[in-house]
Design a protein around this ligand. Sequence first.
Ligand code: NI
Ligand code: MN
Length: 229
Amino acid sequence: MPTLKYLGHTCFTVTEGTDSVIFDPFLEGNPQAIVGPDDVDVVAVLPSHGHSDHIGDTVRIAKRCDALVIAPYELAVYCERQGCKTHPLHIGGGRDFPFGRVKLTMALHGSGIMEEEPPIYTGPPCGFILTMGGKTIYYAGDTGLFGDMKLIGDLNTIDLALLPIGDNFTMGIDDAVHAVKLIRPAKVVPMHYKTFDPIMVEPEEFAEKVAAQTSSECIVMEPGASIDI
Ligand code: NI
Ligand code: MN
């Protein structure tokens, strides 16, 4: 059974046997992070978009671990130019890798590396459907609510959904509760809250509404915590 570990903000590892993959490795400079970019050991890095709180330490971790960066094409090209091994995918496309299957989903958000002038174009943002160790995980990335989340739930049996709840830049709590109704995951874990001033929402409010309005199990994780998927 794969395990999920929360590293703060929207950074998680999924581990099955000796293989770990990491979503959005924003560790250096992340006020929630409890480990640094040199403390993780992964076979693949999955950055959802170019914003600094998501691409984060992708290049550093991928190079040190000789890990594969799997990302939307434009973002993969950027990482390749920084010296990473990459495999580009694009929205709607998936591929089997030795550790499991990765498919890209749409996400309603922006992308781009805004610290550079001019900003570097990194294509559209994405979410991921990761199948690993017999479990299917939907990592929504940064996104607003969209109706095609119902398709994701209809076409996949989602064991675990990782959804942003922080409002301001992404879905807030009530939209994220509606997302749970569309996706119908067995378990849901909230993310993208309390890291920065504009996203100071209470995950317990989300958990209470999920419990009252859906049959999914909501698990609020502290950075450093792990759960079985
Ligand atoms: Ni973003
Ligand atoms: Mn973000």
